[in-house]
Design a protein around this ligand. Structure first.
Ligand SMILES: [Zn+2]
Length: 272
């Protein structure tokens, strides 16, 4: 690396060092942090979805969620200010995730029937609506807490096979714990949806602000309602085994710009 590039890199490090902690990892399922040098607060769009912006005048930062299915290479972020509109490029590196084979006894949860498919379509509409929630005024903290203490039984990104059939990759982390264990809000925010879904079971969505959401699945029961304002660490319900599961656990997902990214990027996991 030449001296000029070293200088630029050092300057970038200086610029980024006072932003709240999050491990930038521009890979599929990861996060890109893109600096935006404008005075007025910009809006940023990635694949037509609004993106979380942190910082202040002259020193903004877009925190971009990258889809698990994203291709490695150059990606574009659209920047809009009252005066202009332009693109910034960022690089996404490739990442290979492990495979996981799971045996599900309830075959309907792997090959649903016609009525199940109608319900799944309804579920997906509800889930899509929750995922597209946007609360402009709330500035989220990127530092989340683990929603319960327990064994990390399945990491993010695993390429999954249920009864030897390929299904969607694992879009969150699984934390195994006894049924009835309390689950807390990973960060402060507002409850935007609760539901009972075919695959996800009893599910809660919390909006932390500007498209940063967290999702909690397979719960036994809830202690909250839609519209509740939560502080980080407040109890939202209890571990169960509703939906497509092999045992009691919490499935925990984090979303940025409607995209599920690795929750570990926001957490200090035990032993890490
Ligand atoms: Zn899971």
């Amino acid at each position: 690396m030449n001296t000029q590039r070293k200088k630029v890199l050092f300057f970038l490090l200086l610029l980024t060092s006072h932003f709240p902690f999050v491990y930038a990892d521009a890979v599929p399922g990861g996060i890109a942090r893109v600096l935006i040098d404008t005075d007025e607060r910009p809006r940023a769009f990635y694949k037509d979805k609004l993106v979380l912006i942190l910082g202040q005048a002259g020193n903004w930062e877009a925190v971009v969620g990258i889809d698990l299915a994203a291709e490695a290479g150059t990606h574009k972020l659209k920047i809009e200010t009252p005066a202009s509109s332009y693109y910034l490029n960022f690089e996404v590196q490739g990442k290979k995730y492990e495979s996981q084979h799971i045996t599900i006894k309830d075959k309907r949860k792997v090959n649903p029937g016609n009525l199940d498919m109608q319900r799944i379509a309804r579920d997906q509409r509800d889930i899509l609506e929750a995922k597209s929630s946007w609360t402009e005024q709330r500035q989220p903290s990127l530092e989340l807490q683990l929603p319960l203490a327990g064994r990390l039984s399945s990491p993010f990104g695993l390429r999954r096979f249920f009864n030897n059939q390929a299904r969607k990759p694992h879009s969150g982390i699984d934390i195994a714990a006894a049924a009835g264990t309390a689950i807390v809000a990973a960060g402060s925010g507002v409850v935007i949806a609760t539901g009972n879904y075919f695959f996800n079971g009893n599910t809660v969505f919390i909006d932390h602000g500007q498209g940063m959401l967290s999702m909690y699945c397979h719960m036994q029961d809830f202690s909250i309602e839609v519209g509740d304002q939560l502080e980080q660490g407040e109890i939202i319900g209890w571990v169960g085994q509703t939906g497509r599961v092999t045992g009691p656990h919490l499935h925990f997902s984090v979303l940025l710009n409607q995209t599920m990214v690795d929750p570990a990027l926001f957490l200090t996991l035990p032993g890490s």
